[in-house]
Ligand binder design. Sequence first.
Ligand code: FCB
Length: 454
Amino acid sequence: MDFHSSAFGEGFHWGVSSSAYQTEGASLEDGKGSSIWDSFTAQPGRIYGSQNANTATSFFHRYIQDIILMQYLNIRNFRFSLAWSRILPEGKGRPNEKGIEFYDRLIDFCLEQNIDPWVTLYHWDLPQSLEDKGGWTNRDIVHWFSDYVELCVRKFGDRVSNWIVLNEPVVFTGGGYFLGIHAPGRKGLSSFLPAVHHAALCQATGGKVIRSMNSSLRVGTSFSCSPVDPADESRSSAEAAARVDVITNRLFVEPLLGLGYPWADLKVLQQLEKYMYPGDEELLAFDMDFIGLQNYTREVVRYSPVIPYINAAIVKPSRRNVPVTSMDWEVYPEGIYRMLKRFQSCAPQTQLIITENGAAFPDVVTNGHVHDENRIDFYRSYLKQVLRAKREGVNIGGYFAWSFTDNFEWAEGYRPRFGLVYVDYATQKRIVKDSGFWYKQFLEKHPEAVLAHR
Ligand code: FCB
């Protein structure tokens, strides 16, 4: 084996990531309330093949088997999310004991198997009752969210030490409240901008709630990030790339770091002011213990007068003659290095953790095996770039592969397969892909033992 996890040093956290809606299923079992993703997937035409995650990978019923498999694959950290509406069916008020018990069992079983649970508090599945009150566009969400966070920390904070407040706020506000391609399917600036501001307030407030309850817990939050490069040498493309970069990489990080919103570089964001109260700038800032970076690809953009507000268009990878995944995302390993370097320079005091990275490829099962060399190459090449950043002094503390098993990929349904473990959805059978076995060897505690067996 040419490349082994020991190169990253002792104490580096290696894991896998998943989320509640994408895996749990049991969408209305044991008292769970409906979420915006339950409602959205029920609307015709929203999801590829009109699929939904009512069953998903049935993780709710199969977590024991999945965690044993994780253990077998030498995975020692598992990042998953809590479904807010499983814990609070109406989003606030009466807690659902059975939902809390599920997460108790899950957390306890992880610990029993020597796997550290990393909990994401919000991975996009807002309780539908809260959406009925305006969802992320209603400033009351700051209270709803704080109460939910407090309850979770009270229930699980004795066993969970790593907390991630939000997963990719720009994706759930952009996809869900501007483009309408994700739940709840709302569109336009008048939904997007208040959603952004309230999510940014929740990001910092959530962190403060956790720390005030128990200062020994480690608090972080996760951002999607991708280098944004101009399609050509022209000044108009360079400026277009800078505007797209504001949304892609700066919108939520800068207020968190106390820098305010980056509206100087994207005029339309000045309208955020309409939703701000005096003193909000301070409420947006919080000193996280770690920042989670989630990188898959990069974007290449050019100037486009027809795209409103941002005047920029993405040049699709399929038109650029570059290697792509099933998502039509460019395979661009250097991107993860570039993002690590960039976050290191803007938040030098904060530890960085890759909380998601991975790839979907069209896997096929042959004689009970999935030979996914392309995914192994992907992981190996991205990890080499992570190591390069680490060797150059970037404070990086961990890496989580997306994802453990194949799962429900939002608007794309079950078609893209991101897992290290294949799921046969008809039978819920798991098949460890070659990439899963590769990760197992990569993580093996004693590389000499691996080498001796080759
Ligand atoms: C990220 C999401 C995650 C998954 C991967 C492929 O944007 O956080 O849920 O869908 O992309």
